[in-house]
Design a protein around this ligand. Structure first.
Ligand SMILES: C[S@@+](CC[C@H](N)C(=O)[O-])C[C@H]1O[C@@H](n2cnc3c(N)ncnc32)[C@H](O)[C@@H]1O
Length: 240
């Protein structure tokens, strides 16, 4: 695997401040997603589920609380500390510490894709997810719609609970969204997200023997619409 240094943005950006910044991602959307899976008869009762890049374990905790046999992994030791009571391991998504065909299902929630400088490494991530998935297993892949490349939210500020103020700026270059977070205490980090069209994503998964089962536009199960859906949630099945 190509060596990436610990200076890559994703080694630094996912910390306590990230958790506070995104604390509005609440249990309601998890419950909606859970019932959407039940609706599609994909409630995972038989076999092990992998919560990929589980962060602080919000979805993993939800799955386990509802009787699912699940494990999570993430790169961030700071976020993993928040869920040390759950079955989690520290790992990079391009090189997973699991045997081939271990899981009945792999869930990748809330834009945990498109992080790497080299797009080949995004492919490597998909290849790893498919490798650890059983044949006929399915991958839940939650990304942002590609129109967000052109519909960036305006710059904004956010005040953390300790009074520190963040100024947040986003810009697009080609198919990558760069988000800069500048704190008034001098700290600063950048996040970058390569955004894929639905067709590009389908082709990437097809390359590794997966085909699209369905695509939703939000956790509540609404259909995907390229013009207004807030999310792009794709479900792929491993067919080979
Ligand atoms: C946007 S967060 C989503 C977290 C979680 N899935 C959720 O829904 O709350 C992205 C996650 O990807 C993790 N991550 C970033 N780069 C990673 C890598 N190379 N390998 C594994 N995890 C990584 C981050 O630490 C972070 O927890």
């Amino acid at each position: 695997m190509k060596i990436t240094s610990n200076t890559e943005w994703y080694h630094r950006a996912f910390n306590q401040r990230y958790l506070e910044l995104y604390s509005h991602r609440d249990e309601k959307e998890l419950a909606q997603l859970f019932f959407t899976l039940v609706h599609f008869k994909l409630f995972p009762t038989d076999g092990k589920v992998l919560d990929a890049a589980c962060g602080a374990g919000r979805w993993l905790r939800y799955l386990i609380r509802n009787g699912v046999d699940a494990i999570g992994f993430d790169l961030s030791s700071e976020l993993l500390k928040e869920c040390s009571d759950l079955p989690v391991v520290q790992a990079d998504m391009r090189s997973l510490p699991f045997e081939d065909q271990t899981f009945i299902s792999v869930h990748s929630l809330f834009s945990s894709f498109g992080y790497f400088v080299d797009a080949e490494e995004d492919m490597r991530q998909i290849r790893e997810f498919v490798r650890v998935l059983k044949k006929d297993g399915w991958i839940l892949f939650d990304t942002i719609p590609d129109r967000f490349l052109y519909e960036l939210p305006p710059d904004n500020t956010y005040q953390f609970s300790d009074g520190v103020i963040a100024s947040i700026h986003r810009e697009t270059k080609q198919n990558i969204i760069y988000k800069t977070v500048q704190l008034d205490n001098g700290e600063m980090w950048e996040e970058r997200l390569r955004v894929y069209t639905p067709i590009e994503l389908d082709q990437m998964f097809q390359k590794y023997g997966c085909c699209l089962l369905w695509r939703l536009g939000n956790y509540d199960g609404s259909s995907y619409n390229a013009n207004y859906s807030p999310r792009m949630i794709s479900c792929y099945v491993r067919t080979t």
